[in-house]
Unconditional design. Structure first.
Length: 149
């Protein structure tokens, strides 16, 4: 990662070592991480379309694809040394765009969390210290509970 790239909180780094350590060692295609971020945004649109059509199980599939895309763009970037400040900015913009699309149908409280994450993204950019709430992951759990309970 470049010298001016944002740092992360120590507990986030330790957690990511546990979850990403073995994944980085797997054989992954060398794909531009920004392309993966774009695919994740496309998956957010897929979620919105299938949710609107009341095909909930397919909406869940696209939500999971969105989350996996956000996870794997970072893994690919680390594995191939493609992590950069520009890539981090693209990832953050893609993440906020995905949240905005996903939470359109859930204004309270999720759209409020989205606004909070937008503000945290701006502060993270200024401070060069990444601090973002994992609201899409929490939303996935919430979405599964309310739709499949």
């Amino acid at each position: 990662m470049q010298k001016d790239s944002p740092s992360k909180m120590k507990w986030v780094i330790n957690m990511r070592k546990l979850t990403d350590g073995w994944l980085i060692n797997l054989s992954w295609p060398r794909i531009n991480p920004s392309f993966i971020s774009a695919l994740a945004v496309g998956a957010a649109f897929g979620f919105a379309v299938f949710y609107k059509q009341n095909i909930i199980w397919l909406a869940v599939v696209f939500l999971v694809i969105n989350l996996l895309g956000d996870w794997f763009d970072g893994i690919i970037a680390k594995k191939y040394g493609l992590a950069s400040r520009k890539g981090w900015i693209i990832d953050i913009v893609a993440d906020r765009l995905s949240e905005g699309i996903i939470f359109l149908y859930y204004p309270v409280p999720w759209f409020g969390f989205f606004i909070l994450n937008c503000l945290l993204s701006i502060v993270s950019y200024w401070r060069r210290f990444a601090f973002i709430l994992p609201i899409r992951l929490v939303f996935l759990v919430y979405f599964l509970i309310i739709n499949f309970n």
